[in-house]
Design a protein around this ligand. Sequence first.
Ligand code: EPZ
Length: 419
Amino acid sequence: MQKLHIEGGRPLFGHVPISGAKNAALPALAATLLTADTVRLRRLPNVVDIRTMTTLLQNIGSAVKRSPDSCEFVAKGDLDPVAPYDLVKTMRASSLVLGPLAGRCGRARVSLPGGCAIGSRPIDMHLAGLRSLGATIRQDRGYIEALAPRGGLVGGRIHFRRPTVTGTEDLLMAATLAKGESVLGNAAREPEVVDLANLLIKMGARIRGAGTSTIRVEGVAELGGADHAIIPDRIETGTYMVAAAISGGDLTLDGAQPEHVQPVIRKMRSAGCEVETPDATTITVANGRPLISVDVTTREHPGFPTDMQAQFMALMTQCEGESTVHETVFENRFMHALELQRMGAAITIDGSFANVRGKTRLSGTDVMASDLRASACLVLAGLAAEGRTVVHRIYHLQRGYERLADKLQAVGANIRVVD
Ligand code: EPZ
C-alpha cells in the first residue's frame, strides 16, 4: 500500500495551481444524467472520486469522451438506473445519482452508503425530499429504491431540518424535471451548490435562489446539453494556505476563487498570517509576526468549513497560545487529533471540542490517515515536523487532492510517494 514520506522543516516558496473542486465536480457529473444531450465539463480534477463517479455513469449507460482539458458525457438510450454496492461503498457521494435518476428515469436503485470515519452520514433527508416530490421510497436488501409516480415527479415543498450539501444538490436536480414548482427550504448555501445550479440553468433548468437558504425550481419537460467549467477547489485552496503558514514560507495560489474562502482567509489573518488577494483568482500567504492561536467553530457555509477543520488544527499546534476547535457538522471528526498527539501535539478532546495548546515541537513518525481531510492534516504536520513523517493509507488523499505531492515538491517540500 502506498505511503508518503515527508522530511519536515523546509519553508515552501513559489506558486501552486488550484484544481477544479471535487465537491462541485461530483454533482455536476450526476447532473449529466438529466439530459440525452451532450454535457461538456471542464476543469474536472483528476482524482479517484471523479474516476469512480465516471465509472458509475458509464455503468448506468452514459457515453464518456475524454479530451485533454474537458470530458463529454452523453446519457441517452436505455439507462440502467442502478448504483451498485461495489461502487457506492468506495464513494458515498454516489447517492448524488438518486435524484437525477428518479427525475429522468422515474426510478432509481442505489446502494445505501454506509457511514465513514467522520460519522454515520445518513441520507434520510435525501429520501424525505424525494417523497415530497411524490416518489415512493423503499429499502430492499441494503438498497434504496425510489419510484416516481406514473407521470413523473411532482413539484413540492421540501424543508431540511439542517442544511445538507448533497441533499440540497440531489433534490435540486430531481426538482428540475418535476412537474410544477418546488421549494427547497433551509437549503445548503455552499459555492458547490451554486455551481451546480449554474450548470443546471445552462441546461435549461429554471432555478432561483441558489446560494440562499430558499431555492425555487420551476420544473421543465426536459433539459439540454451545456458546456461548463467547474469552480476552483476552495478546500484545496485552504489546505495550501495552511501549508504556507505551517512551513513558514510564502506561497502564491493561482486559479483560486478568493470569495469562496473568505472564512478561512479571515481566520488565518487573525492567527497572524499575511494573506493578500492581489486579483480575482490569486491568493498569497506569507508569515508576518509569530503565529498566535485562534478559536474556530465549523459551520455550514458561509461559516468556517468543516472540511478545513483538520488542516487548521495542524496549524494551531504551531501557534502560541490555546485554541478551541469546535466541530459542529460531523460527530466524529477528530481522528486526526490522535495522530497529531503521536507527533507531539498537545491536544485534549472533550466531545465536539478540541483544545490545542501551542506552540509544540512536532516530531516526524509513522501516522495513519483515516479520511480525506485528516490525511491532508497529517501531511501539513509533516511539513512542520522535525525528521521524517510517513503517512500511511494515502489512498484517502488520492480521492480528493490532485497531484498533492507534485504540487508540494514544486514549492520546495521534501515529499515523495513510496510503494
Ligand atoms: C458534503 O457532504 C461534502 N461532500 C463533505 O465533504 C462535507 O464535509 C459536507 O458536505 C459538509 O460540508 C461532498 O460534497 C461530496 P451534509 P454531505 O449532508 O453532503 C447530516 C470531503 O472531505 N445529514 O452537508 O454528505 C450529516 O450526517 C467531504 O470532501 C443527515 O443527518 O454532508 C452531517 O452531520 C467530507 N441526514 C450534516 O447533516 C442526511 O440526509 C451535514 O452533512 C444528510 C446529512
